[in-house]
Design a protein around this ligand. Structure first.
Ligand SMILES: NC(=O)C1=CN([C@@H]2O[C@H](COP(=O)(O)OP(=O)(O)OC[C@H]3O[C@@H](n4cnc5c(N)ncnc54)[C@H](OP(=O)(O)O)[C@@H]3O)[C@@H](O)[C@H]2O)C=CC1
Ligand SMILES: O=C(O)CCC(=O)C(=O)O
Ligand SMILES: [Mg+2]
Length: 431
């Protein structure tokens, strides 16, 4: 039951209305989620108390999912949990386990789809003092907008050798003979379907450009594999450029415009036009193919700013980019529907099961996901305290095993390796 001490967050005229004692549903998470949640909740409560001196207080509402839900109510994702996030609008979750190659489908993905949380927002930025495997981690300042409801994650798959796969292949053979002949081994073949819609692509890209304009960011890069998957990823790129021109007009300058000027006049003229657009503070809308993007975010990180991409590309990119700024231990995120107001914040990492219940891993990703949640609620004072506490704890080299491991590789002296809970306490002490 929701705590009677709290009140509902509501959406009024498209804006969140946040009471001083909002009810926030949370899922503790599987594996390391349990340790991480305890450490994080303490940080959130301390930040709110310090920022508002009792005037504001979160009414936490635990809802069940994953292993805990299965044990207690024999259901991996109870309807009541989905309904709680629907009713109370904003919440936060720990990671949930998904078995590989069979068993239940991802509960994390299910929650995003059921609540239509179409943006997976994953900022990647450097905290001073964090050990990193790259030479200039301070150049990494990117914000990933990952499409969260479509692509291969829609979960339309047919297992090789099953009646469903045979039926689907039969349909292909009958209706699309040319395509069927392209399957090299037509027997015992698994099939996955990748839906990418214009509406789904546009709402994601719209959110990314809006963010870039509002936050005065330099560019939005549409990352795709449109050379190979022409009508899904290629279409995403085209819909993106068309939308930028149609809806954002003179707030942006697109590489489509650059190409048109080059064709009509010259490359010099196109370059001059782009330079003038940059000087005028316009957001540059460009695109990049996914494979080379994974190289260039490493070699030229300052050329990337906001990134808008499809579900699978965004999944790969967010873990890869996190490595450059200290790893998955401090990679936060939020799943958001900017129209309905629904949002569920969560770390980029998973359940790291080998460390479960050892009070060992870095709680930073969930803590920074909470920081994002506070900003989303307009509680910037509490969010600022979390950043301040984390900055100072890292500067003091009071860190969990993951940072300690990298700091030792860099031969940094005076590193104090602490537990998950102790890192949380170090943040609180430094607020
Ligand atoms: N949104 C979600 O809930 C997600 C769930 N998952 C699920 O999690 C499960 C495990 O996935 P897996 O691929 O192993 O990925 P994980 O992200 O769970 O773990 C991979 C590795 O990342 C490092 N790591 C993860 N979390 C932390 C942390 N908090 N602090 C420090 N280091 C950390 C550890 O590295 P090291 O070994 O080097 O110490 C760990 O072994 C799967 O079932 C997967 O489906 C995965 C991603 C997201
Ligand atoms: O749902 C899962 O188990 C994995 C999800 C994931 O990797 C992600 O959202 O980044
Ligand atoms: Mg992932």
């Amino acid at each position: 039951m929701a705590p009677p001490s709290g009140q509902k967050i509501t959406l009024q005229n498209g804006k969140l209305h946040v009471p001083d004692n909002p009810i926030l549903p949370f899922i503790e998470g599987d594996g390391t989620g349990r340790d991480i949640w305890r450490a994080s909740q303490a940080v959130f409560d301390a930040a709110v108390e310090k920022a508002y001196k009792g005037k504001k207080k979160i009414a936490w509402y635990e809802v069940l999912a994953g292993e805990k839900a299965f044990k207690q109510v024999n259901n991996w994702l109870p309807d009541a949990t989905v309904e709680a996030f629907r009713e109370y609008l904003v919440g936060i979750k720990g990671p949930l386990t998904t078995p590989v190659g069979g068993g239940i489908r991802s509960l994390n993905v299910a929650l995003r789809q059921l609540l239509d949380l179409y943006v997976c927002l994953r900022p990647v930025r450097y905290f001073k003092g964090v050990p990193s495997p790259v030479k200039a981690p301070e150049k990494v300042d990117m914000v990933i907008f990952r499409e969260n409801t479509e692509d291969i994650y829609a979960g339309i798959e047919f297992e090789a050798g099953t009646a469903a796969a045979e039926k689907f292949l039969g349909l292909l053979q009958k209706e699309y003979e040319k395509e069927f002949k392209k399957i090299r081994f037509p027997k015992n073949v698994g099939i996955g379907i990748k839906p990418v819609s214009q509406e789904g692509s546009e709402r994601l890209i719209r959110a990314a450009i809006q963010y870039a304009v509002e936050h005065k960011r330099k560019s939005v890069t549409l990352v795709h594999k449109g050379n190979i998957m022409k009508f899904t990823e290629g279409a995403f790129r085209k819909w993106g450029y068309d939308l930028a021109a149609r809806e954002f007009g003179d707030k942006v300058y697109t590489w489509d415009q650059w190409e048109a000027t080059k064709a009509a006049k010259s490359e010099e003229a196109a370059n001059a036009e782009q330079k003038a657009a940059v000087a005028a503070g316009k957001v540059i809308i460009k695109d990049s193919i996914a494979d080379i993007t994974l190289q260039q975010v490493l070699t030229r990180p300052d050329e990337f700013d906001v990134i808008a991409t499809l579900n699978l590309n965004g999944d790969y990119l967010s873990d890869a980019l996190a490595a450059q700024v200290g790893g998955i231990g401090i990679a936060p995120g939020g799943n958001i529907n900017y129209v309905s107001g629904h949002a569920v914040f969560e770390a980029t990492h998973g359940t790291a099961p080998k460390y479960a219940d050892q009070d060992k891993v870095n709680p930073g990703s969930v803590i920074l996901s909470g920081e994002m949640m506070f900003r989303h609620l307009g509680w910037h004072e509490a969010a600022d305290l979390i950043i301040q506490g984390m900055d100072k704890a890292i500067a003091q080299k009071t860190v969990t095993y993951d940072f300690a491991r990298l700091m030792k590789l860099e031969n940094q002296g005076n590193v104090t390796e602490v537990k998950c809970s102790e890192f949380g306490q170090a943040i609180i002490k430094n607020m």
